[in-house]
Structure formats: structure tokens, C-alpha cells
Design a protein around this ligand. Structure first.
Ligand code: SIN
Length: 531
């Protein structure tokens, strides 16, 4: 079947909040394609419970939000990016409110929740812990009703089209009818999400497999901080790989953590107790799990006002009900699970990558706002701010000359016989990452896991869908393991058994480019080439 060919002013890959906002904003300037491998409403943004952290409360101010974000990031945030996030984020959220998006309020006054690492109540919500769902539905409706936006669902991006060092479009495959599609466009905006789902236990939907990060890496884009993976402290645990996120906002309402001996332990670890930043809580939980030789701790909600809890956290209350847990009487078993990937495609403050024509925003991007540990509920804000900035920059490319070269268009096909091999590889990669590049890490384990990943067979069929996915997984896992091994310190979301302290010489970023890894430090001209 020959390629179907389209021309657009912008191609957006991904349909979480960053992708949808990028599409809406870009449609003000030109014609937009939204390419998404699942359905429009399938994303981590859709699942987000916490809300949007934004310094617009009467008792709050941007300085404090910046301070809390930098503190959570453990010295590895880009302060300029953080300032941009907080300051432009206020404008963006206020604009949404003016447009008519009604965040939870009492008599017109916004309700602000408290989450880990925030010095004040700062998180606004839509319909309690359903913020992600309602904000993505709000944007999806605007995308659906916009004649300048064309949506391509079930369409998997298979490669970036490049010409003279610039990105000029995207190749993709419709997973239902196996039609290959070429999208020519002077601006491709990747908003394809993170890669937490490549771990065994994750709070993310199955789609969070980092394909966009891989696509960018294959095209020679810089990939930064890929070893920084945030584990959410309180994912429901039932002894299997199943998870369900119990929002941090539940601890903001007074939820307590008990070890399996029913002792409250957080006061022993941090003065902010259950509301310490996420890295501290996750590590404390692991330490208690080890001490008590159990795979979980408990979240105790028995003392909370049940009626208010059900109102505010209807989705969590419904879930507990289906799991036959009566939260007014029973304790809830929880354990950390991969939740958010701080690193990804390196961008500047305008979402631009090192390759002209290629932009990234949302979780797939490394904008510099999260450092080694993201502050709770900063991610939806990041999606809003940096997708808009990317569009503002990308719009300058409209009208750029593109020379189509159809001989570059090699079609991708799906071979169902490759499916099982891919699934086996996926399980193996998840097991290796979970064992070695988890919260607790050790150099020799990382090295061993990397060796095993490198030995995994991914098939030689270049243009086959499952083989592409297998190569993507192998590459991502290798990059995570390599950077994690080289980072011989404990910092943010992870704890090294062999290097228990933070070390000044690692105050910088591991960055991959074209199969090489560099270490970059702030204000250092020369970065070190490591292999
Ligand atoms: C949560 O609700 O606990 C998750 C919020 C976030 O990850 O920012």
C-alpha cells in the first residue's frame, strides 16, 4: 500500500494536556495534525488526580512556589525554567478561569489543596481528584470541534523525516488498517508522554512507553536526565503488578502512613511528616518495608470525615469500594510505583530541541523544571506553559520550504508473529529496570542489568512495528541504566546503596546525543564526553 501523504503547518504527537493545548494554540496560526497512538482521551494527563499547582491564592506568591519547586528538584532544576513555569503558569490558569473553566470553589473562592513539598495550600482541582479527566476533556472538545485540527487516532509515529539537518515531518502507521502515512510539516511538536510504564508497577496508562523520547533520540536529539524517575509513594498494592493511584492530596487531607507493625513512621524521617516531598516519603516507605520485611505499608484514612472524603475523592472511594476496602475501618496497603519521568527530550525555554523543526513539551520533554524530583502537581502546569511556548516559537517556521523526498519513505508493516517476542522482551526489560533502576540502586546491579539489556535480541526486521517497539524499549532501558550507573550519588528520587550522599561533582546532567553520553554542568563550556 503506498504512503498516504499530508501537509500541515504543525504536527503534534500525543494527546495529553500538552498535546491538546499545543494543538488548540497552533490552530490559531495554521493547520494542525494531532497524531496519537491510542484514543484522544488516553493519557497520563487524563489519569492525573492531584490537580494544578499554581501560586494564585491570597496567601501565596510566585516566590514561594519557585522556592518549593527548586527545593524538591534537589539542586538540579533550571531556575529560569522554574520561574517561567510559575509566572507564566499563573497567567495561563487565570486565562482558563476567565474562559469559563470552573475549578472547585466555595462561593466563588477557589479551593486550594495541600500536597507533598508545598509550603502552602496551592493545588487547584476540577471535580475533586478528577482534574486530569476534566481538563483533558475540556481541551479534547475544543480540538474535536476545531476545523483546523485533524485528529489521527490509533496512529503510531514510526520516524521523524529529516532533510539537511532539519525535521520536516513525521512517518506514522495506522495501527488499525496498517496504512503508512507521511506528515510533512515545518514543525513537529512531540508531546508523547513519559516512560514510567516500562517498569513493572506504574501508575501510568499502558501508553506511557516513551516512544516519543526514542523517536527523538533516533533522530539525534539530546536526551537529558533520563535516569531520574519519580516513584509515587502511595500506589495501591494487592500483591500483584496491578496499581491504582491514591492521590497525595489524600495525605494533604490528613491520611497517615503506618508500617505493617501499625506504627506511624514519617515523623521519624522528616518534619513535614506525610507531606514531605515525594522522594523523601517514597524512600521512607522503602526503608520501613525493608525493616518490617513486607512489600507494602498502610495508608490510614479511618479518622477522616467519610462524607467529605467521598465527595472530594469520589474516584478513589469508588475504587476502594470495588476492592472491598472500607476505608472507615480498613487500612489500605500501598507501595511506591513508577509515576513520572523527570528527564526526556532536552529543550530550551521555548520547547525547541537541538534539531531545527523539532519541539517537545509535557512529560516527554526535559525543560529543566523538575530537576531530580518533581514537585507534586507541577506537571499539568508544565504542560500548559511549555506547549504554548513551543507553539509560539514553532509558528515562525510556517511557510518554510520543504523538499519532499518520497524515496525516504520506507513503509512499516505489522507482523503478528513478532508480537509474542516483543511481549517477552517487555516483561524482561520491566523486570530488569524494576530490580536495578528503582528507588534503591547499586552500581554493580545497574552494570549487570545494562549488560543483560544489551544482550536482548530485538529482531533484525527494521521496518516491522513490534521490532521498532522492541528497539525503542531496549534503547530507553539502556540509556536509563547507563546514566543511573554513572550517577554515583544519591539524589532526588533515587538512593544509591554504594554512594549514599549527594556529591557536588554530580551537580549536572547526563545527556545522550547520537549514542554518546555527556556530562554537562551549569556554566561549564566544555561538557565531558563519557563514551
Ligand atoms: C497525586 O495525585 O498524588 C499525583 C499528583 C502528581 O503526580 O503531581
Amino acid at each position: 500500500m503506498p504512503f498516504e501523504i499530508f501537509d500541515f503547518d504543525f504536527v503534534v504527537v500525543g494527546s495529553g494536556l500538552a498535546g491538546l493545548n499545543a494543538a488548540v494554540k497552533a490552530s490559531e496560526y495554521g493547520r494542525v495534525a494531532v497524531v496519537t497512538k491510542g484514543k484522544l482521551n488516553e493519557s497520563s494527563s487524563f489519569n492525573a488526580q492531584g490537580g494544578i499547582a499554581v501560586a494564585i491564592g491570597e496567601k501565596d506568591n510566585p516566590k514561594n512556589h519557585i522556592k518549593d519547586t527548586l527545593m524538591a528538584g534537589r539542586g538540579l532544576c533550571d531556575p529560569e525554567a522554574v520561574k517561567m513555569l510559575v509566572v507564566q503558569g499563573r497567567e495561563d490558569v487565570n486565562a482558563l478561569i476567565r474562559e469559563g473553566l470552573t475549578f472547585d470553589n466555595r462561593d466563588g473562592k477557589l479551593l486550594f489543596s495541600l500536597e507533598g513539598g508545598h509550603s502552602t495550600n496551592r493545588v487547584i482541582h476540577l471535580n475533586g481528584a478528577n482534574t486530569g479527566k476534566y481538563i483533558t476533556l475540556y481541551f479534547a472538545e475544543r480540538v474535536n470541534n476545531n476545523p483546523r485540527i485533524k485528529i489521527f487516532e490509533n496512529t503510531f509515529a514510526t520516524g521523524l523525516l529529516k532533510q539537511n539537518g532539519k525535521v520536516i515531518g513525521l512517518k506514522a502507521l495506522n495501527l488499525l488498517d496498517e496504512q503508512n502515512i507521511a506528515f510533512y510539516s515545518p514543525a513537529v511538536i512531540l508531546a508523547s508522554g513519559g516512560y514510567s510504564r516500562i517498569y513493572e508497577r506504574s501508575t501510568n496508562p499502558d501508553t506511557s512507553t516513551g516512544d516519543g523520547v526514542w523517536l527523538a533520540a533516533e533522530a539525534g536529539t539530546e536526551i537529558r536526565d533520563i535516569e531520574f524517575i519519580q516513584f509515587h509513594p502511595t500506589a495501591f498494592y494487592d500483591g500483584t503488578k496491578f496499581t491504582f493511584l491514591i492521590s497525595e492530596a489524600v495525605r494533604g487531607e490528613g491520611g497517615l502512613l503506618l508500617n505493617s507493625n501499625l506504627e506511624r513512621f514519617m515523623p521519624r524521617y522528616d518534619e513535614m511528616n506525610e507531606l514531605a516531598p515525594r522522594d523523601i516519603v517514597a524512600k521512607a516507605i522503602l526503608s520501613e518495608m525493608k525493616k518490617t520485611r513486607k512489600d507494602f505499608v498502610y495508608l490510614d484514612l479511618r479518622h477522616l470525615n467519610a462524607k467529605l472524603f467521598k465527595e472530594k475523592f469520589s474516584n478513589i472511594a469508588n475504587f476502594l469500594n470495588t476492592a472491598s476496602i472500607d476505608f472507615t475501618k480498613d487500612l489500605i496497603p500501598v507501595a511506591p510505583a513508577a509515576h513520572y519521568t523527570m528527564g526526556g527530550i532536552k529543550t530550551d525555554l521555548d520547547g525547541a530541541t537541538n534539531i531545527p523543526g523539532l519541539f517537545a513539551c509535557g512529560e516527554c520533554a526535559s525543560t529543566g523544571v523538575h530537576g531530580a524530583n518533581r514537585l507534586a502537581s507541577n506537571s499539568l502546569l508544565e504542560c500548559l506553559v511549555f506547549s504554548e511556548r513551543a507553539v509560539e516559537k514553532a509558528k515562525n517556521l510556517i511557510g518554510s520550504k520543504i523538499e519532499k523526498c518520497e524515496k525516504d519513505l520506507s513503509p512499516v508493516f505489522i507482523s503478528s508473529t513478532m508480537h509474542d517476542a516483543y511481549e517477552t522482551l517487555k516483561i524482561k526489560v520491566a523486570e530488569l529496570l524494576t530490580k536495578s533502576a528503582n528507588i534503591l540502586r547499586k552500581g554493580e546491579n545497574l552494570k549487570e542489568a545494562l549488560k543483560e539489556v544489551k544482550e536482548l535480541k530485538v529482531g533484525t526486521t527494521l521496518d516491522e512495528y513490534y521490532s521498532i517497539k522492541a528497539r525503542s524499549l531496549k534503547k530507553l532501558a539502556s540509556m536509563i541504566l547507563k546514566a543511573a550507573e554513572l550517577r554515583e550519588e544519591s539524589c532526588g528520587a533515587h538512593q544509591r546503596d554504594d554512594f549514599k550522599q549527594t556529591r557536588a561533582e554530580f551537580e549536572g546532567h547526563f545527556t545522550f546525543k547520537e549514542n554518546e553520553i555527556y556530562f554537562e554542568r551549569e556554566n561549564e563550556q566544555e561538557s565531558r564526553l563519557l563514551n
